[in-house]
Write a protein that binds this ligand. Structure first.
Ligand SMILES: Cc1cc2nc3c(=O)[nH]c(=O)nc-3n(C[C@H](O)[C@H](O)[C@H](O)COP(=O)(O)OP(=O)(O)OC[C@H]3O[C@@H](n4cnc5c(N)ncnc54)[C@H](O)[C@@H]3O)c2cc1C
Length: 431
């Protein structure tokens, strides 16, 4: 039997983000998540009993479209800072705040388990959402994984165990769990804290496979990846991607800097799932606490990394304050408008999505083209052999053209800058 009608509609219309919440809560127990050749998770069912529970959490059916005037959503305050534990901060993507908060929740006994994303050893995927029960496990799961992750298995496990838990996830996952907490008694009882990560967009598994190939690691031999390695770098925006094979050998490190593959593919949304093009929720408005990078010039100079935190529940505000008072977090208040300013790039596309959602207008041609290009890229890389090779060659050719176009486009600005320097002398020109 096929998926329940509403869920099937979400999948067919490309609004499924692959979070797996549906399969995690379904009463039938027959709904499962499958990794498609396009490198994205999708629900599938062997025999649907029409229990309707899966539809009560799906973020593709209804998700928040925050007012464009208040993109941060409801909150009690914002702060900027980092973990004072060097290991947490340096292994963390930004300031290690997520890792510290998850550990604090566990160590204080507020939760018995945490759902975070760790390296997987099942051979099918590189990363998985898993139930973690020790601080060491939480520490090992630090760092952002730009890789599709589904949450069905940990949710099923926690429902069976009855443990109280905290979950860290991107906005669509948080919305699904937020719905679950409002509508399903077991989640209301057990899901104590939702820690949201601000999210520009997701990517398919092919993003990682493609970068691995560029770094000299064949996709078939890929056994692990690190997206934000940072020791020894000049600033917080200066991090690298590294791919690993089974014996631990690594490919060439690829810097995450403008004009290089990791950033070019990311900002052009080449491997992005369709659902992200319609998502208006950058700041995980349904979370109890939202964390993100402090992408502001006053903080990026500190290469160890700094996070921004937006507290939306009293419990989370108190937890941050307690960790600060105990000296485990360095935190200072920050005005919400600076938090919004830190995400100017990603916010632009979210505003377009929010506008389209509220007016019901048709996607502009440029957006439709971008979404189709993303789908085509995932399809081309889905196959093996010649089709895949053709896909890789086509994307490489596109990147080369993109680089060339950007250098031509920036040329007048560079020439103008040089002329100004010549006329006014050094130091008078803002770079
Ligand atoms: C796909 C994606 C897109 C993002 N986009 C933005 C953005 O546009 N702007 C911005 O400021 N920040 C973005 N972030 C968040 C940012 O990368 C950091 O995660 C955030 O700043 C927290 O850093 P930290 O040092 O406090 O976290 P850490 O201490 O490094 O902990 C990160 C936690 O997140 C968990 N995690 C890692 N990957 C995932 C995942 N895919 N899904 C769910 N949980 C995960 C880890 O297991 C860990 O527990 C994004 C994160 C992801 C995963």
């Amino acid at each position: 039997m096929a998926l329940p009608e509403a869920l099937a509609g979400v999948v067919v219309s490309d609004r499924c983000c692959g979070c797996g919440a549906c399969a995690g809560v379904a009463a039938c127990g027959r709904l499962e998540m499958r990794l498609t050749p396009e490198g994205l998770w999708q629900p599938a069912v062997s025999e649907c009993t029409n229990c309707g529970v899966c539809e009560r959490v799906c973020p593709g059916l209804e998700s928040p479209a925050p007012e464009t005037a208040a993109p941060l959503g409801e909150h009690l305050g914002a702060c900027v800072g980092y973990s004072t534990d060097e290991r947490e901060r340096l292994r963390g993507s930004s300031g290690g705040l997520a890792t510290r908060v998850l550990k604090a929740l566990l160590e204080s006994g507020q939760v018995e388990a945490v759902v975070a994303v760790r390296a997987s050893e099942d051979g099918e995927r590189l990363f998985e959402a898993a139930v973690l029960r020790t601080s060491e496990e939480i520490q090992a799961a630090a760092g952002s994984k730009y890789y599709p992750v589904e949450f069905s298995r940990p949710l099923q496990e926690l429902r069976a165990s009855g443990e109280r838990f905290a979950l860290v996830g991107v906005p669509c996952v948080i919305t699904a769990l937020h719905h679950g907490r409002e509508r399903l008694p077991w989640l209301q009882r057990q899901c104590v804290a939702l820690i949201g990560l601000a999210c520009g967009h997701l990517v398919s598994t092919h993003y990682t496979a493609f970068l691995a190939e560029l770094s000299g690691v064949r996709a078939e031999g890929l056994s692990g990846a690190e997206y934000r390695r940072k020791p020894g770098l000049r600033s917080a925006v200066d991090y690298v991607f590294a791919a690993r094979v089974a014996d631990g050998a690594e490919g060439r490190e690829l810097p995450f800097v403008t004009g290089r593959a990791p950033v070019t593919l990311w900002t052009a949304r080449i491997f992005t799932p369709g659902a992200c093009f319609r998502c208006a929720d950058l700041f995980a408005a349904d979370a109890d606490l939202t964390l993100m990078d402090a992408w502001l010039p006053e903080y990026t100079a500190d290469r160890a990394g700094t996070s921004l935190a937006v507290a939306r529940s009293e419990a989370m505000r108190d937890l941050l304050e307690a960790e600060r008072a105990a000296g485990r977090l360095h935190l200072e208040p920050i005005a919400p408008e600076h938090v919004v300013r830190s995400q100017a790039g990603a916010l632009a596309s979210r505003r377009v999505a929010a506008e389209l959602r509220s007016t019901g207008a048709r996607e502009p041609l440029s957006l439709r083209w971008e979404r189709r290009r993303a789908r085509l890229s995932n399809r081309l890389l889905a196959g093996r052999g010649p089709r895949r090779r053709l896909g890789i060659a086509a994307i490489r050719a596109w990147m080369a053209a993109h680089r060339a176009w950007n250098s031509i486009w920036r040329l007048p600005r560079r020439v103008a800058g040089r002329l100004k320097r010549l006329v006014l002398g050094p130091g008078k020109v803002r770079t």
